[in-house]
Design a protein around this ligand. Sequence first.
Ligand code: ADP
Ligand code: MG
Length: 496
Amino acid sequence: MAKLMAYDEVVKRYDPVLGLEVHVELGTETKMFDAAQNAAGGEPNTRLQPVSVGLPGSLPVANMKAVEYAIKIGLALNCTIAKSCRFARKNYFYPDLAKAYQISQFDEPIAADGYLDVELEDGETFRVLIERAHMEEDAGKNTHVGGAEGRIHGADYSLVDYNRAGVPLVEIVTRPIEGAGERAPEVAAAYVRALRDIFVAIGVSEARMERGNVRADVNVSLREGADAPFGTRTETKNVNSFRAIERTVRYEMRRQAQVLASGETVTQETRHWHEDTSTTSSGRVKSDADDYRYFPEPDLVPVAPSREWVEQLRESLPELPIARRRRLREEYGYSTEEMRDVVNAGALDLIEASVVAGATPAAARKWWMGELSRYAKENECALIDVPATPAQVAELSGLVDEGKLNDKLARQVLEGVLAGEGDPRSVMDKRGLEIVRDDSVLEAAVDEAMAAHPDVVEKLRAGKMKAIGALIGPIMKATRGQADAAAAREMIISKL
Ligand code: ADP
Ligand code: MG
């Protein structure tokens, strides 16, 4: 195993530079260059048309929905959208690529020169510059059987499924990310998280990391200091969770630092991330762009989106995640930490819907981040799948505000809601949980408590009002928690 330098030491001695190449699978109905269905799964080799497997005589046609989605991504990343751009052939052989070339874009990407402001854990913003976003097609999927870790090397045989071949992708490439320093691992993960949130917000992809809808190639290099020339980078391929991205950067920084400190040089190569050991290992020596013999794709006309269309798409973009979070944070009066926790818990949409339905922002946060999150955890489900709706949370919040429920009773009502007993108001009625407003019931409980505790009453008469709690307890007990504590207190005082 590679020797690693302690992280503290690494950031004292070296300055990291990152580069992220993120691929996102677009959620179009059909593939990039033919009418085969674009959907995950399916029996192997059933979602095919001639172009996806490169049959002779088949010709590609660009999917305009995919072009539209690529433009939307470019706009959301503050890029300039090309007036005209072309596809290019990237030539290489691999069994999952039947044509022996991938249709991509090379020197004429559809979008270029943008940026994305990324929010870090502490609420600080880090700007990542975007070099380009281009369109391309995905390859099929190889399954290597019999070898170690599913690699082709040492496998007995390989299976190929072309269902994914031709799925539309957009690849987003950053400019070298400088200045992240010791926060480089966090910046890398936060950037990809921010991208994922944008894909979902603008509706171009489900962007499910665990399904490989979003995959990142993580470039890392080290240099002596912020003014030194860039060092040699490694590119760890297809990292597909935020945690793995963070760990890949950290691992490569520690590994490369050790290599450099012992007077050796970092090899420019692709590497693979191993989830089980949290390490990277050497892949192949990196090919140059020249090796791919890129040339303009002769079977496709240039894509020339009209300015009207681009402006129309710009208009159609929804408020983007970071702006929305800032706005809601201010509207709701949440702290940075509270907002971060809400977002990480996947609760923001639910809280917003609850507030729209009439809950106070504080109550909505309290229920979704408290009882309901706990329920989700215990039942191992997503927060959105908890059997309580934003409307119900709003109703519950309203019953508390009206003074019909106190916190403890509201919890019991929510329990009933989660158990499928109905909406909060009907659970309250059915279970008889409403705070007792009937003075005669309250008075009976007060009289009973005062009669049972003459010593406490003595103390109160002597002006030791702190003792009053000793009466409230029994009153609550007698009314099964449904007495209004303030009303009970007043009644005791008037009776003294
Ligand atoms: P390749 O075709 O080799 O993947 P790209 O230019 O497509 O190269 O992407 C390389 C990525 O790495 C880009 O995000 C780029 O900004 C970044 N990068 C370039 N040089 C370095 C370096 N020395 N250290 C870290 N990242 C780098
Ligand atoms: Mg690349």
